[in-house]
Ligand binder design. Structure first.
Ligand SMILES: C[S@@+](CC[C@H](N)C(=O)[O-])C[C@H]1O[C@@H](n2cnc3c(N)ncnc32)[C@H](O)[C@@H]1O
Length: 203
């Protein structure tokens, strides 16, 4: 999957960034939910598969102390430039979300979010990501996962169900489900039925 993304960024084929333009107004309230009743600074947040940093920069603007991790250097270069021009500090780290303990991202994250990375991983990678997330998350952390509905899609992400999430993130439970706008996706992918699942730790 990492080769796919490396090529995609090299070619400038990053359709998820266009979806961000249309999903953005739906993600905003999900961020607000994590902030409600508190004043900034909101604490440490980890963007898993941060790509070109749109959401990492947005969270930093809102008052989170953000770390973003991605495997593709070109994406991280764009993310750093975005943070510079927005005048915010974000710690962008090159690394593998399936080896979080080795990536040097730190720990104690109150909010972890993954907008489109997990659902393209294989089973073993998902389990490894789950263990890493549990190791770096604060005890009262929230995890937000944007995934497509499970289906065979060739080289494209196969999606994930709530059960898949609870299997990979052992000790976490899905507590909220928010559909996004499938119309934002290119025609053949409209059936992907993207949704955001919010997970909390139960043990
Ligand atoms: C669909 S893109 C979403 C990017 C970003 N979250 C956004 O919303 O614009 C998925 C991202 O996950 C990254 N990624 C995929 N597998 C990864 C892995 N094992 N470790 C780190 N990053 C990974 C890709 O490089 C890509 O930037």
């Amino acid at each position: 999957m990492s080769l796919f993304y490396r090529l995609a960024y090299a070619l400038g084929f990053t359709p998820w960034e266009k979806a961000t333009d249309t999903h953005g107004h739906l993600i905003g309230p999900l961020l607000h939910r994590e902030e409600a009743g508190r004043d900034p600074p909101y604490g440490p947040a980890l963007d898993l598969g941060c790509g070109a940093g749109y959401w990492a920069v947005e969270l930093a603007r809102r008052g989170w102390n953000v770390t973003g991790i991605d495997a593709v250097p070109k994406a991280l270069g764009r993310a750093r430039a975005r943070a510079r021009s927005a005048g915010v500090d974000v710690d962008f780290v090159r690394g593998d979300v399936t080896r979080l303990e080795d990536a040097g991202v730190g720990s104690g994250f109150r909010f972890l979010y993954d907008l489109g990375c997990f659902h393209g991983l294989g089973d073993d990678e998902r389990a490894a990501m789950g263990r890493g997330v549990s190791a770096v998350a604060a005890p009262d952390a929230t995890l937000l996962e944007l995934v497509w509905t499970p289906a065979r899609r060739g080289p494209l992400p196969r999606g994930a169900s709530p059960e898949d999430l609870e299997t990979a993130f052992a000790g976490w439970k899905v507590v909220d489900e928010d559909p996004l706008d499938a119309a934002a996706l290119p025609g053949p992918l409209r059936g992907a039925d993207p949704r955001c699942y919010r997970l909390r730790r139960v043990e």
